[in-house]
Design a protein around this ligand. Structure first.
Ligand code: ADP
Ligand code: F6P
Length: 469
């Protein structure tokens, strides 16, 4: 792996530690990122720095599966101001096409700066000489430069999991220059899509005009105050084998077919699986489904929808409003088109174990991934990886990062009602040979670039930065 090739110890920072509290102590959190990084950390004697997810939780450093975990404690006030406030009520909407109004509040900004300082202190303290420090996501954009000021012997990589917005939107941010200078502390800045990388370069040029020169001969490199930062696209992926193997389990397959029976043996199951986030376009797809039912294009006895929505950021008002709207729509759709004992839209608002998600992926004939904006969207890749039968159709928004790679999906602009209706019908009516052809290609793409190759590519590029200085 690249981490060991570089022969430097690895230290990771993310807002959350890769663990959940259980009755018996700590357990690793689910997710491909955690599974990809933990072995690299273990092999290099590394540390993961992050929040336990519980406010005012003064937990000391501990070890799990051979990896040192170093908690950064957040007070309840910081959870309000840094996490729910600046990260999720200022940056999140702004970075997602300004789909909701961002709050810009200087108290929240100060809290963000303070928490970023604490992460930088913890990293500077935890990193062995010459370590590679890999910082993740929008919560920690100031940390690269803060670490740079504390330690000049380390290599610093930063990966943004969400979109990086165009200059016209980023320019609204009152603290835009601080953020850009914070990020430029890194040796390597990774984005999900090429458009994100080039948006960042434009922003750096516009804001720091006199300071920056951009070398586009090879990779994009921003030269800034005597240092240089490489900027590139590193589309994240999933643990392909995990989904492939779960989908092969007899019990998972049995439950997928018994689910179809429980749903009344419909000809077609439409499926949505998302965090209940206003970026995910859950309402758009439900309204398209409703209009297809209203005009009789879809027969509710032939086709049903299942929507699983994960609770998320429930203290933030935009999320509360979104939930009310989705749940109102569920009521409207079933009120108008369900039958007693046979709702046409089955809705769950909860977390599910991975086996159940895979069971749903196997049961879903058409997977609807229709975000208005999404960094990548791993659900799209998980669906594809689970379809060992080479069947099923993925309807995918052009505005998800995954659309750059999964071009054999039925790609759609979800803002266009008619296009979304048409995409759903194309998927429902698609002949078996075309479904199989498309799914085979999609599965190859996900198999060839999984989460391990993503981590290797990023860490390899970061290790290569030693030559550039
Ligand atoms: P985001 O990072 O914005 O939440 P992604 O689609 O990239 O969106 O990732 C979502 C992750 O959450 C996927 O790995 C998916 O399996 C998981 N997930 C989604 N819904 C649920 C649920 N109800 N229960 C458990 N995990 C879920
Ligand atoms: O995709 C962005 C992201 O912040 C992920 O890093 C995270 O897993 C997910 O959204 C859920 O967010 P939160 O940590 O706010 O629950």
């Amino acid at each position: 792996m690249a981490g060991s090739e570089s022969a430097r110890p690895l230290v990771v920072a993310a807002n959350r530690l890769p663990v959940m509290r259980t009755e018996d102590g700590w357990a690793p959190s689910p997710g491909g990122l955690v599974r990809a990084l933990m072995p690299l950390l273990r092999a290099s004697g590394g540390t993961w720095v992050g929040w336990t997810g519980v406010p005012d939780d003064a937990t000391d450093e501990f070890t799990l599966d051979g990896v040192r975990l170093r908690p950064v404690d957040l007070s309840s006030e910081e959870v309000d101001e840094y996490y729910e406030g600046f990260a999720n009520d200022s940056l999140w909407p702004l970075y997602h096409d300004a789909l909701r109004r961002s709050t810009f509040d200087s108290t929240q900004w100060e809290s963000y700066v303070g928490v970023n300082e604490r992460f930088a202190d913890a990293l500077a303290d935890a990193a062995p000489d010459g370590a590679i420090i890999w910082i993740h996501d929008y919560h920690l954009q100031l940390v690269p430069q803060m670490v740079r000021e504390r330690r000049d012997d380390v290599l610093i990589g930063y990966f943004l999991h969400i979109p990086f917005p165009p200059w016209e939107l980023f320019a609204r941010l009152p603290w835009r220059e601080d953020i850009v200078r914070g990020l430029l502390g890194a040796d390597l800045l990774g984005f999900q899509r090429r458009i994100g990388a080039s948006n960042f370069v434009t922003v750096a040029r516009e804001l720091l005009r006199e300071d920056v020169t951009v070398d586009e001969a090879d990779a994009q490199v921003v030269h800034h105050r005597g240092r240089s930062t490489e900027v590139g696209a590193f589309p994240i992926s999933i643990d392909n084998d995990e989904f492939r193997m779960l989908a092969a389990e007899r019990e998972v397959r049995r439950r997928a077919s018994s689910l179809r029976t429980r749903l009344g043996d419909p000809g077609v199951i439409l499926l949505g699986v998302d965090r209940l986030d206003y970026t995910k376009g859950i309402g758009l797809r439900m309204r398209a489904f409703l209009s297809l039912l209203d005009d009789g294009t879809i027969d509710p006895q032939h086709c049903v929808m299942v929507q699983v929505a994960t609770p998320t950021r429930e203290a933030v008002e935009h999320y509360q409003n979104e939930r009310h709207e989705i749940e109102r729509l569920v009521g409207e759709i079933n009120g108008r088109h369900g039958r007693l004992g046979f709702p046409v839209l089955h809705y769950l608002y909860r977390n599910l174990p991975l086996e159940e998600l895979v069971m749903l992926y196997l049961a879903g004939d058409v997977m609807l991934v229709t975000p208005m904006r999404d960094g990548m969207n791993l659900v799209a890749k998980e669906y594809v990886a689970s379809r060992r039968d080479d069947d099923g159709v993925l309807v995918l928004s052009e505005f998800a990062g995954a659309a750059d790679e999964l071009t054999d999906a039925v790609l759609v602009n979800p803002h266009d009602d008619n296009a979304l209706r048409a995409a759903i019908m194309t998927a429902i009516d698609m002949p078996l040979h075309e479904r199989q052809e498309r799914m085979t290609t999609l599965r190859d793409i996900v198999r060839r670039s999984d989460i391990n190759s993503w981590a290797e590519r990023f860490l390899g590029a970061l290790a290569g930065r030693t030559d550039d200085g």
